[in-house]
Each structure stands twice: as C-alpha cells, then as structure tokens.
Design a protein around this ligand. Sequence first.
Ligand SMILES: [Zn+2]
Ligand SMILES: [Zn+2]
Length: 550
Amino acid sequence: MDTQKVCEHCQTRFTISPDELSMYEKVAIPLPTQCFSCRMKHYFAFWPFGKFRKGTSDLSGENLITILPASARYPIYTSSEWFSDAWDPMSFGLTYDPSRSFFDQLKELQEKVPRPHQQGAQNTNSDWCDDAWECKNCYLSRSIARSENLSYGYRAFDTKDSIDISHVFNLDNCYECTYTFNSFNVLFSRNCRDCMDSQFLYDCRNCTNCTMCWNLRGKQYCIENKQYSKEEYVEKLKEYDLSSNKSLEKLKERYEEILKKDFVHRQNFTLNTYNSEGTYLANCNNCHNVFSFEDSENCYDCLRGRTATDCIDMLGCWQIELSGRNSCATAGYQLKYSSWSDGRYSEYLDQCAEVEYCFGCVGLRKKKYCILNKQYTKEEYESLRETIISDMRARNEYGQFLPYNMGLCPYNLTTAQIYFPEVSREFVLSQGGYWDDSREDHIEGIATNDLPDSIHDISGSISKQALICPVTGWRFNIAPDELAFLKRKNIALPRVHFDVRTKSRMRLLAPTQGENYSCFYCSKNIVGYYPRSWGYENVSCEDCYKSNIS
Ligand SMILES: [Zn+2]
Ligand SMILES: [Zn+2]
C-alpha cells in the first residue's frame, strides 16, 4: 500500500509507493517530508543558470568568464587554478563544534573555499560556456558535451555547426530545435528524429524536405502534411520566407496554432523506454516520476540525468549509482545530500571530486576520511561521523538536503527559472535563500524593432553593435559566425536575448506535473505532461499513438 504524506511546505498530499519505499531503504535515506516539486525547487538553489559575465580570479587576478554572480559568497578561481596545486582546500579545515549546527559550520567552510569559475573539462576555445565537456569552439552555451561550433546551446550532446538548440542529440547544421535527434539542416522544429533539410516540423521521423508538418514518418516534399511533387514543393516553399522577420513571425504563429489544433501529442514523449512514468525519457527502464532522462534504470523522483542506476530524489545526475537527495552529482556511488560533487560513500559534499568516505566537505579532490576539510584516520572518521549524525538528528538536520542559505547564487538566477518560474522572492527569502534585485539601467543600444526586416539588409557591422532585448532590456550581440550562419540559411536575425530564447525553448520540456486528458482517439482517461494552459487539443494514449502514428 502507498504511504501517504503531506508536504510540509505547500501542504500538497503525496504518496510513496512500496517500490519507491524500498529504493529509499536501499539507498538508505529517510523518507521526504516535502512533495516532489518542493524538493526539486530546493535542489535548484544549487544549480546556477546565471548570466555570463567577465570577472577576475580571486587567486591570481586573471580574467575569467563565468555564470557565477559577482556577489558570490565564496572566492572564485579559474578552473585551471582550481584543479592545480596552487592552493590547498585542506588549509580551510574546521574542527567540528558540537555546540553549533553542523549546517552553519558547513556554510562557514563553504564561504572560505574557492570554486572553479566554470564547471566542465577538456574544452577548446569555449570560454563563454558553462558545464561544457569535451567541446570545441562553443559560445554562450550551457550543459553541453562533445559539441563543436555551437552557439546558444543548452543540454546539447554531439552537435556540430548549430545555433539555438536545446535538449538535443547528434545534430548538424540545425537552428531553433528542441528535443531533436540525429538530424541535419532542420530548423524551427521540435521532437523530431532522423530528419533532413526541413523546417517547422513536430514529431516527425525520417523525413526530408518537409515544411510545417507533424507526426509524419518517412516522408518527403510535404507541406502542412500534404504531399507534393518535388517541383511543386520547391515552388510552394517560396511562400515560406524565413529571411524576413515579419514573415518568420507569421510562420511561428501558424506553427503554434496547428500545434494546439492539429498536431497529435503523445501523452508522454518517451523513446525506447519501458515500465516507466514521466516524460522526455530515452532508453530508460523502470524509472518512475522521472523527467528528461536518458540511458537509466531503476530511478525514482529524478529530474535531468543520464546513465543513472538505482537513484532516488535527485536533480542533475550523470554516471551515478545507488545515490539520492543530491543536486548535480556525477560519477557517484552511495553519494547523498551533496551538490556538484562526485564521490563514493560520502554525504554533504559541495564541489568535491573523486572523494571517498568524506562527510561535510567542500572543494576536496581525491581525499578519504575527511570531515569539514580536516583529515582523520579511518577510526576517528567513523566515530566523529556518528557523533555528528546524532547531533544533526537532535537538530532535525540529518537526512535533509543542504539548506537554501548555502545556495550558489540568487534564486532568480538559478535553473529553476526554466522549471519553476513561479517560485516567489518572498518564499525564497523565507527559506534563507537569496534573490537578485539589481536592474540594468541606462543600457544603450539598438532596439531590435528598429532592425531591418530582412537578413539581406543586414550588414556585417551589426556584429559591432549592441542590441537591446525587448523582453528583458538586456544587451546582446550578433556574433560574426552567427550572422554568417543566418545569412547562409536565409534566416532573419533573432530579436530577443539568447538566454530568453534558451529559456523559452526549455520551458516546453519542463513540465513535471501530469494532467488529466482523455485520449483523442479512444477517449480513455490518460495522464498527459502538457499543462492545460498550453491548449493542446489532441493528446493521445500510447497505444493509439502507436497504432495511428508510429
Ligand atoms: Zn510541496
Ligand atoms: Zn487511446
């Protein structure tokens, strides 16, 4: 039977299934006292989205580019300095004081220990990026791996020569795509696989030369799901002018209109996934209440991850096993209550790498038996850890995630902006978190409404000018490579700031609450992961989708 719970934050009722309960026991973490959304909102306090800015290293004064705030509570070093022997995280070690809250002591340590200016490793010429891994010539992108010549990417894996793409895999020459796999020269499209030379597609597979189409398989020369001959297609395509901003805006409106009325939306958007609930899962097995996950097994209550096994209650997981209640944890085994760390048999880590048997440490690398960045013998470690856990239990701290006041940046600059933009300043401050109230005033530049309508009327000098985003008032630029790409593909200049573009693309993939729908084909009651406010009329159960579309 399900265990019934009431969220201590929002008073929502939630349940814990017997299988979920066994996973909590297997990972050995206490049951949650908050609902899934409230837990994820909390973990997001540790995931900066930030704004790219120039700064300097607190160690050497060297210039750096970071998404961490200028107001950071901790020193910032360049990544290469951080990974060098130029400093020693153990020099900040604290002796545990049983008369004080452990979290207060950990926060005190956190504020002394430097952090690297960006997450990621093994990149070439990709300074204006964060959370980038094995990337080359990438620009203003976050959470990317093995990509080359990518600008304004977000959660992009194995991409090349592409711009403005989010949550995508193996794309080449693509623009404005979300949740798209293995495609070439696909523009303004969502949820597609194996497509080429097409634009404004939704849920199409193996299509070439198609425009404004949905739910097609293996087609070519289609427009609005109507078949044309090659010659007719080429002629008709002239009506689809992407080079004029006015025309492009009309095409986007048309897409949004048929997205609501004509496209068929599978209740969840999962691929090669078995015995699982959630959405945007690919190659997952036995994953429950899990979202935006790939190549994972036996996970519960997780958001954003890859290659995770036996994990529960986590945000941001990568190559991790038998772990839980973490925010951004990689390469871990039996890792709990930690942020931006990889480690084994450890708890309450922040920004640690390759550690084992550590408890409450910050910024350590390759250490064992440390507490509050102090070295102990195995026996001392085990006995002090027991003492601390028992003190934490008395203060109702043990088993809780790191507190909001240890969050890495103001909450309105975290990745929660994508998933939970409704979280209020008042709520965050009441939890001890942070909020950025600063405004950018007196910014000079060209209002994007004043730009020439056609890309053909834009000259190279645009790259030297500041543009002002009408949504945020933020200044942005068109990079020379971006201009060349847009000219080559005949696409009008973007009118809003690149972070606004990324966030609005990612919002499409962000819902984690199922809504009740009845199947468009068979009227069966189903749960669909599309907010009612989106107005999608045709939501289909998995069976009907399989028999009618794929
Ligand atoms: Zn709640
Ligand atoms: Zn049905």
